[in-house]
Design a protein around this ligand. Sequence first.
Ligand code: PLP
Length: 290
Amino acid sequence: MAEPLPICYLNGAWLPLREARISPLDRGFLFADGVYEVIPVYDGRPFRFAAHFDRLTRSLDGIRMRDPHERADWHAIVAELLQRNDATNAALYLQVTRGAEYGRNHAPFPDVPPTIFAFCSPLPDPSAATLERGIAAVTAIDTRWSRCDIKSVALLANVLLRDDATPSGAQETILLRDGLMMEGSSSTVHAVIDGVLVTPPNSERILPGTTRSVVEELADRVDLPRVTRPVTEAELRNAAEVWVASSGRPILPVTQLDGRAVGDGKPGPAWRKIWQAFLVYRNECAKLPW
Ligand code: PLP
């Protein structure tokens, strides 16, 4: 993992990331009482800025917090963070917590200023070997809470589920609930079944991924038929192709699932088309204002 870029934003200040400090009484630290976003940046330009900040507002709403900034102020913070770090391709992490009270109280005090933190890390494209071979994933029962649509910093279940993949060298865990595929521990999961791209519907059990909508738009561009509907575990296991999509990866073919080949065990033709379309689209976006 590459080191993060050196300058961070913390509550209005620009600081070396290594020197940034928050109170141990911050509710984010004590209760995981906060939300976050990860925004990919390509050529110095945030990708799908509006979608990320719409979701941030929705997540804040979901935990009954007001968005502390107008969109224009967020824009300015993001622009300055990128500029101060001379960032080109980066993952910008942004977190808002309910702030630090003097004490530890389950019921939040009103009017405590939020803690706002942002930093970025280099975001290399997937390696040639990954694009050629795909990745391995495992499955696990989804043990998360029932508001997975909120991008909460309470990620312990996601962390442990992701760790289930580690012993076999797999790179993602696909979560199953009641016999249905939900999503990855940190990704949306798409399956190609009988030539159709199938994505489970967003719900309180699934985070509405920003890359998911990119995949859907690109499917339309390349004339890949698509449908939003539940995917059963059996369908997942028999799918011709399985992909994981997220801001960090961004769209990767899963070629091994629980140690068995997905399709013929190689990245499939639908994924290849989508990946090419993604590279073209990303270049188009680099020229647009954000
Ligand atoms: N689902 C979960 C649980 C995630 O953590 C993520 C990203 O981190 C996603 C889906 C994909 O979301 P996005 O495409 O906006 O990165």
